[in-house]
Design a protein around this ligand. Structure first.
Ligand SMILES: [Zn+2]
Ligand SMILES: [Zn+2]
Length: 327
């Protein structure tokens, strides 16, 4: 249920967006400025993406060369769970993508915001069991570009490719096309999610394309109750949440040093769903991984602000649930 309006809105008042944000910050005891220490991930891939790197090169006193991403970042994250709406983030480091993939883990490869640039990546997409794409695979939702993206997906080795739309995918939004394209036909090489979930290897993934309205583009909603209603659909037993946009305070700092994320999404994620991983993109400047003590937040936007694909995919491993095999 959406919180009492008085907690979220000041109905009837025609204040500026800035004043509304100030009040929201005050209500949730948010500081007007936030110290962010998110640093770029330490990508350890060599320029040639070689698969024959000596893993012992990367061993540390606390992390063995073949340890999973979970183990790696667990050694970094020592903070306790943060209260709701506290924008404290802990930068973490991605798993080197060439590490051996044990049979008893499921490897996820996260990408987002490829914006028609899949043909000019300066690296190959790391292999894994599941590819997650957080939307914005086109620039203007052109059906031909979506077709090319689907063909590219078909050439990747991952057994499962889970994709959601972003605000650039106008071809799927009835506000832009009277007869929108059928995503399941256009993306025939993927599992397309729109307010839906799928289970792979017993791991539940929920996907949704919505972002708070910024300008006229696809799958956008006014902040507040409409966003809250969409996020309320997320099942509480979701293991991996895939949304196009970030929650407020995690991977959402824009080039104007403002938070672009969704407050309602943060509330649902931290208070109700508490997924193990939350994967998104949309705010290209927010690329990287952070942690709040419960959830790993992964902004996997490959493109930067100039729509150049300068960032690398982000990889994590999850233990294969008991009773499941990868055969
Ligand atoms: Zn984008
Ligand atoms: Zn976007």
């Amino acid at each position: 249920m959406f919180p009492q309006k008085s907690h979220y809105f000041h109905a009837g008042r025609q204040d500026s967006r800035r004043q509304q944000n100030e009040r929201r910050r005050h209500r949730h005891h948010l500081p007007s400025t936030v110290e962010h220490t998110v640093t770029p991930l330490q990508h350890l891939l060599t320029p040639t993406d070689t698969q024959t790197v000596d893993l012992s090169t990367f061993s540390t006193p606390t992390v063995t060369p073949t340890s999973t991403y979970i183990q790696t970042i667990a050694s970094v994250c020592t903070q306790t769970v943060q209260p709701i709406f506290t924008p404290i983030v802990t930068p973490v480091t991605s798993l080197p993508t060439y590490t051996r993939r044990p049979a008893d883990v499921v490897r996820f490869v996260c990408i987002s915001d490829t914006h028609n640039r899949t043909d000019c990546l300066h690296y190959s997409i790391p292999d894994g069991d599941v590819l997650l794409h957080g939307g914005d695979f086109t620039i203007r939702g052109d059906p031909h570009n979506a077709h090319v993206f689907n063909q590219w997906l078909g050439r990747l080795p991952h057994k499962y490719k889970v994709v959601i739309a972003g605000n650039h995918e106008e071809l799927f939004d009835k506000n832009f096309y009277p007869v929108p394209a059928d995503p399941k036909k256009v993306l025939s090489n993927a599992i397309y999610l729109q307010d839906q979930y799928t289970s792979v290897y017993g791991i539940k993934i929920y996907g949704a394309p919505w972002t708070p309205r910024h300008y006229r583009s696809a799958f956008q909603l006014p902040r507040g109750e409409q966003c809250w209603k969409k996020w309320s659909l997320i099942p509480e037993d979701t293991d991996i949440l895939l949304t196009h946009g970030p929650p407020w305070g995690q991977g959402d700092i824009t080039k104007k040093s403002q938070h672009g994320g969704c407050e309602e999404l943060l509330a649902i994620v931290q208070d109700k769903v508490k997924p193990k991983y939350h994967v998104f993109g949309h705010i290209h400047e927010g690329y990287g991984v952070t942690h709040d003590g419960t959830t790993f937040f992964i902004n996997a936007a490959l493109c930067n602000n100039r729509y150049l694909p300068v960032n690398r995919p982000i990889v994590f491993d999850m233990p294969l649930p008991r009773g499941y095999t990868k055969k």
